[in-house]
Design a protein around this ligand. Structure first.
Ligand SMILES: Cc1cc2nc3c(=O)[nH]c(=O)nc-3n(C[C@H](O)[C@H](O)[C@H](O)COP(=O)(O)O)c2cc1C
Length: 341
């Protein structure tokens, strides 16, 4: 036990996960203004057969416009590609490099039916040789200039090929592997199998990053202890509690726990998010994005759940923003719904 606690105090890196349709450049900006994250990854850019026009890369990764490919607070951003055709991925990797990308990540985890039907994302985990071919082609195209990393699940239908796929990514030239500790069949059903991430870590020489179901400081301890990984990646947990990475860092530095994030702080963040998104998107779209984020916050925070219930039907952005700053709609009655049975 003592060893694992000592180990946890070695900082380790924390990555901000790619989340298509959820974590865009504005969200990356807001989440990385708080200290804690070491790198972030864009939503995937889907490659079929053609070399994509530059505007597609700028759309997914507006950070390419900056002097460094980083969030405004300086956290490096890796550009993620998804596809199954090694030659097309290599051509698009070269295109990304020309546009200034400084890190590329390859997606072997996406469970979406439309993506898998076209042989992308997690469907490649059925065949480790194809994982190797994709990583190898992209690595061959850009590796003398920028690192190529990969992100996998534990498998498609089951975990039998988990280690082989991980080894295939490593031998293809990946310089880091993020492992989401579930198969494609398991979707997002808990638990994430952190001990399986650990089995992979034991066999690889590149850094293996533990991902999946890290919602709290305690989850961080458990995920690191069970996987033995130094590094973790946070996705939904960072949206549910945008202070989670900072909470982890604060505990590592002081041994003290930060107080839970108040509704007031959450409401301020959501209002800022809406203001930033409103400068480029229509109000209708911003309204659903704010509700989407509040929907993530509600999972582990009783007041956010109450707010979500009272605001989820609003379609007007100003009414939604007023609702965020209004008094708590029903503090006691709904709290009971979130008490453990
Ligand atoms: C809505 C949504 C979109 C996602 N989009 C991507 C993506 O574009 N690329 C990717 O590699 N993973 C994607 N993921 C997977 C996450 O990066 C992460 O692996 C998964 O959510 C597990 O981590 P978590 O429990 O910390 O959220 C997505 C997940 C969700 C829920």
């Amino acid at each position: 036990m003592k060893n694992s606690v000592v180990n946890l105090l070695h900082n380790g890196r924390i990555g901000l996960a790619p989340m298509e349709g959820v974590i865009d450049a504005t969200t990356r900006d807001l989440l990385t203004r708080l200290p804690g994250f070491d790198w972030a990854v864009t939503e995937f850019t889907r490659v079929v057969d053609a070399c994509l026009p530059s505007r597609v890369f700028y759309k997914h990764c507006p950070e390419l416009n900056g002097t460094r490919v980083a969030t405004p607070s300086g956290v490096p951003v890796s550009l993620q590609l998804l596809g199954s055709d090694p030659a097309a991925l290599a051509a698009n990797a070269r295109q990304a490099l020309r546009l200034g990308a400084t890190q590329l990540d390859l997606n072997f985890g996406c469970p979406a039916k439309t993506v898998n039907r076209h042989d992308g994302g997690a469907s490649l985990l059925r065949d480790p040789e194809r994982v190797h071919a994709v990583v190898n082609a992209v690595h061959g195209a850009v590796s003398d200039k920028i690192p190529v990393t990969a992100k996998i699940r534990l498998g498609f239908a089951d975990r039998r090929l988990a280690l082989e796929c991980a080894l295939a990514a490593e031998s293809g030239g990946a310089s880091q592997l993020v492992v989401h500790g579930r198969t494609r069949e398991e979707g997002y059903r808990p638990p994430a199998h952190w001990e399986w991430v650990g089995r992979i870590r034991q066999r690889l020489t590149i850094p293996v990053v533990c991902n999946g179901d890290i919602w709290t400081l305690e989850d961080y301890w458990k995920a690191r202890t069970l996987s033995g990984c130094q590094d973790v990646m946070l996705g939904r947990g960072a949206l549910a509690d945008p202070w989670l990475a900072m909470r982890i860092r604060h505990w590592q530095a002081t041994g003290e726990r930060l107080a839970d994030t108040s509704w007031q702080s959450r409401a301020t963040l959501l209002a800022e998010f809406a203001a930033l998104q409103r400068s480029t998107l229509r109000d209708r779209v911003v309204t659903s994005l704010v509700k989407q984020w509040l929907g993530q916050m509600r999972l582990h925070h009783a007041e956010s759940a109450r707010r979500f219930h009272s605001l989820k039907r609003l379609t007007d952005l100003d009414a939604l923003l007023d609702g965020l700053s209004a008094p708590d709609p029903n503090p006691v009655a709904l709290d009971r719904q979130h008490e453990p049975a």
